[in-house]
Ligand binder design. Structure first.
Ligand SMILES: [Zn+2]
Length: 437
């Protein structure tokens, strides 16, 4: 259903003018209220008693699917974090987190202040179910009855949101992390209430690194500091998870240093691509091809994008600036990524600088000669590439920060890989036999 369809449906269900519904719905959606909750809210506003009729059935969390209608669940509150959203023109505080019972966990959003805290056991009657990214989530709203149970429900999940950076995923809420601030800069942005200062940079811990934004600059967050942050949430920004520290987060300076690993986690290509993006990762694979648009290229002086035949897609006819880069396809048998090498890394693999490249192209009377030389040097060899992996509809790109020929013994690595697979899956009897053989 697109936006127009939602408007049509609401306007006809509620008998309200379409223009009015469009206006209301747009307001809600613009401030990132999910479409289903926005529609429910409008149904309440215009007094439609027909939604969610009947008494919802009590359900185990493990049995709730995106297709479930309203449900009643008894659950332990694992996490509860406040966040501010703008809703019908004013700021509202919502609470987000995770609930669990013996059968599973589920994310929730509370649109009313029920006073939920981690560790509480609750029965939520008539909670709405919506789908987010293929998974069900609960909406606790005006029509939900909420009761606190005296006896704590035992659940096989940890109460609280402690996590390492490597564990964080887009959509996580109310997380607690202990990190070192590796990079930090203050910027002025045009916020929804005019100009405002924010901090952005990079956090690190032993497990990895992630970018962050601190929307309400905390004095404890400065380069080199080790801090504990409670109630942060994770959003996707430029294809990777980003830690968001808000006015509701608690930031405390730690009296000890958080150790930051110097190595990026090494992952299989398929596994890394499946995460949807990793800020800092190391991939090892065979370099199977150098793509078009590699070697000697020209960039638009305005926007730095690569120009083709003197044409920038945005700025039209331009005088391109010469530059060097490589886009190379790396394959480890589980998947492929395009490794993108900047001018510095390209100089290393080419074994020459921009002047050398221009001379080679002039001599050959073909700009492609430079790409061909690079192809000869790297295709068919195995490389260890570290960088920033982003995945979008056009594929997976690894913005390389280092690019080295792998000196691993391939058989040793294969054995280590199988061992890891064996350990993870716990069902690798067949694999083990192969290794032994
Ligand atoms: Zn341009």
């Amino acid at each position: 259903m697109d936006f127009e369809d939602h408007v049509e449906e609401l306007a006809s269900d509620l008998g309200v003018d379409k223009e009015e519904v469009t206006q209301d719905l747009q307001n809600l959606v613009e401030y990132s209220v999910p479409i289903d909750e926005a529609k429910q809210s409008l149904r309440r506003k215009y007094g439609d008693g027909s939604s969610g009729g009947g008494t919802p059935s009590a359900k185990d969390i493990g049995d709730v699917t995106p297709d479930s209608s309203n449900v009643t669940v008894t659950a332990r509150v694992l996490t509860a974090g406040e966040r501010s959203i703008r809703y019908q023109g004013s700021d509202h505080v919502i609470v987000e987190g995770r609930l669990a019972d013996e059968t599973g966990v589920i994310d929730y959003t509370a649109w009313e202040d029920f006073g939920l805290s981690p560790g509480d056991t609750i029965t939520a009657g008539n909670a709405g179910v919506r789908e987010w990214d293929g998974e069900p989530e609960l909406n606790l709203g005006e029509s939900t009855s909420l009761a606190f149970e005296e006896e704590a429900l035992e659940v096989p999940y940890e109460v609280g949101g402690d996590a390492t950076l490597a564990e964080l995923q887009t959509g996580d809420r109310a997380v607690t992390i202990e990190v070192e601030v590796l990079e930090c800069e203050r910027r002025t942005i045009d916020g929804r209430d005019g100009e405002t200062d924010i901090l952005s940079g990079v956090f690190g811990d032993e497990s990895g690194r992630l970018p962050f934004t601190n929307w309400d600059p905390a004095p404890e967050i400065e380069e080199g500091a080790s801090v504990r942050i409670e109630n942060a949430y994770v959003r996707e920004f430029r294809g990777v998870p980003e830690v968001n520290v808000s006015e509701f987060s608690t930031v405390t300076a730690l009296d000890h240093d958080v150790d930051v690993g110097s190595d990026a986690p090494t992952m299989g290509v398929g596994e890394a691509v499946a995460t949807g993006g990793v800020y800092d990762v190391e991939l090892v694979g065979n370099l199977i091809a150098v793509r078009d648009g590699s070697g000697l290229i020209q960039r638009c002086p305005e926007c730095r994008r690569v120009v083709q035949k003197g044409q920038c897609r945005t700025h039209g006819d331009v005088d391109g600036i010469d530059d060097l880069r490589v886009k190379a396809i790396l394959d480890d048998g589980t998947g492929t990524v395009t490794a993108v090498l900047d001018d510095e890394l390209t100089k290393q693999v080419y074994g020459g600088d921009l002047e050398d490249a221009l001379e080679e192209a002039r001599d050959a009377m073909d700009q492609e000669a430079v790409a061909d030389t690079i192809r000869e040097k790297i295709v068919g060899r195995e490389y260890r590439v570290r960088g920033h992996l982003s995945v979008d509809e056009y594929g997976a790109n690894l913005d390389a920060s280092s690019f080295d020929e792998s000196d691993d013994d391939p058989t040793e690595r294969a054995a280590a890989f199988l061992e890891a697979v064996d350990g993870d899956a716990g069902a690798g009897a067949g694999v083990e036999t192969e290794v032994d053989a």
